[in-house]
Design a protein around this ligand. Structure first.
Ligand code: NAD
Ligand code: UFG
Length: 370
């Protein structure tokens, strides 16, 4: 299948691009590198021995997007590109609505023009708002507590209305719970800019010595040990969920929604302890005030995805923290800094192809080179 991946250089995107390449799909990536770097795509090429084709473009640039869709003629699009920091969305709501909602509108227009009506969209468990009825099922009433969450909610509604209005569309909204971990090679992983907002990357940076201690937001929740409980999901399992959704959409039209989670919750202290074991390091922490807007506990009901997509998360917390630690230890400061915008697409694609062909040669038994 020819698959266009928006935001394919980012954390979840790069792991999904790798899996798509490994499964033999032809992959095109659109990214503006606002929160990523082309190094992830070089490494994906080195891991898979195959090259995705990169287009540096902003979803807000409708003309470029139309050109990319016209040139690549994808069978399906996986749409990761978006801004995702809750706190930043409160400070800069218009930036979030513009980038996430207008960006998605431009993408839908470009898809329509190119005659591609197969879409997998990155939604989030954030659309369950402050719902406390657990586990969270897909039919739970949606709400939003911040502009980021509202962009996901608006986009889900927009996609449902589109599929209802034009029966040629096949659309999946995947509601991720808390994506963590990294590819088992330790070559690609999450590379947050500045101080991480999320627990697991923060813990990883404490373990590697970049930060002193973890602030645990609240120790008096009605949970197993008083700290917040979440459904952490390994990013490689999450990536596999996208391929399962693509398969499902290939045979049906309409709009569909699935939770992608494990169905199991882990507390903040359980995460810190598991990480300390994996890294064989002390991970100091202190309990501080609750973070405004946090719920005590949430976890998915993952049954719908299992029954309809034949997908379920295979990796548990131990593997998540081990893989996350391997990535963090090998890349304590994430991907090396670079200024991708200074290089044209041709040059970056040449580098990606070179990384792929080196890897393919090194593993090809007919070359006697390994
Ligand atoms: P990420 O920031 O690593 O990846 C997003 C990618 O999109 C980046 O490479 C960024 O450069 C690109 N991008 C952003 N705006 C763009 C634009 N206008 N044009 C072109 N490229 C653009 O984030 P991620 O963690 O991989 O998340 C991917 C998607 O999953 C996002 O939509 C996010 O909201 C959603 N999601 C993430 C989480 C999470 O905790 N990581 C949870 C739920 C949902
Ligand atoms: N936490 C800490 N210390 C930290 C960071 C987090 O104690 O430094 C705690 C939080 O209070 C929470 C748990 O760790 O109990 C997980 O917090 P994260 O920030 O990692 O994840 P959230 O569940 O708060 O947020 C995630 C995504 C959001 C999404 C939300 C709802 O990051 O994008 O899930 O699904 F909106």
């Amino acid at each position: 299948m020819r698959v266009l991946v928006t935001g394919g250089a980012g954390y979840i995107g790069s792991h999904t691009v790798l899996l798509l390449l490994e499964e033999g799909h032809e992959v095109f990536v659109v990214d503006n590198f606002s929160n990523s770097s082309p190094e992830s795509l070089r490494r994906v090429a080195a891991l898979s021995g195959r090259a995705a084709t990169l287009y540096q473009a902003d979803l807000l640039d409708a003309e470029s997007l139309n050109r990319v869709l016209g040139e690549t003629k994808p069978d399906a699009v996986i749409h990761f590109a978006g801004l995702k920091a809750v706190g930043e969305s409160v400070a800069k709501p218009l930036m979030y609505y513009r980038n996430n909602v207008t960006g998605t509108l431009n993408l839908l227009d470009a898809m329509e023009l190119a005659g591609c009506r197969n879409l997998v969209f990155s939604s989030s468990a954030t659309v369950y708002g402050e719902c406390t009825e657990l586990p969270l099922v897909e039919t739970t009433q949606r709400s939003a507590t911040n502009p980021y969450g509202r962009t996901k909610l608006h986009i889900e509604e927009m996609l449902e209305e589109l599929a209802a209005a034009d029966e040629r569309w096949s659309i999946a909204a995947l509601r991720y719970f808390n994506p963590v971990g990294a590819h088992e090679s330790g070559r690609i992983g999450e590379d947050p800019q500045g101080i991480p907002n999320n627990l697991m990357p923060f813990v990883a940076q404490v373990a590697v010595g970049r930060r002193d201690k973890v602030n645990v937001f609240g120790g008096d929740y009605p949970t197993v040990d008083g700290t917040g409980v979440r459904d952490y999901i390994h990013v490689v399992d999450l990536a596999a969920g996208h391929l399962a959704a693509l398969d499902y959409l290939a045979q049906r039209t309409g709009s569909f929604v699935w939770n992608l989670g494990t169905g199991e919750g882990s507390s903040v202290l359980e995460v810190i302890q598991a990480f300390a074991r994996a890294a064989d390091k002390d991970v100091p922490y202190q309990i501080v005030d609750r973070r405004p807007g946090d719920v005590a506990e949430n976890y998915a009901d993952p049954v719908k995805a299992r029954l309809e997509l034949g997908w379920k998360a295979e990796r548990g917390l131990e593997q998540m923290v081990q893989d996350m630690w391997r990535w963090q230890e090998q890349n304590p400061y994430g991907f090396p800094d670079e200024q991708p915008e200074s290089l044209p697409d041709e040059e970056l694609n040449e580098q990606i192809r070179l990384a792929a062909s080196k890897a393919a040669t090194a593993t090809d038994p007919t070359t006697n080179k390994n």
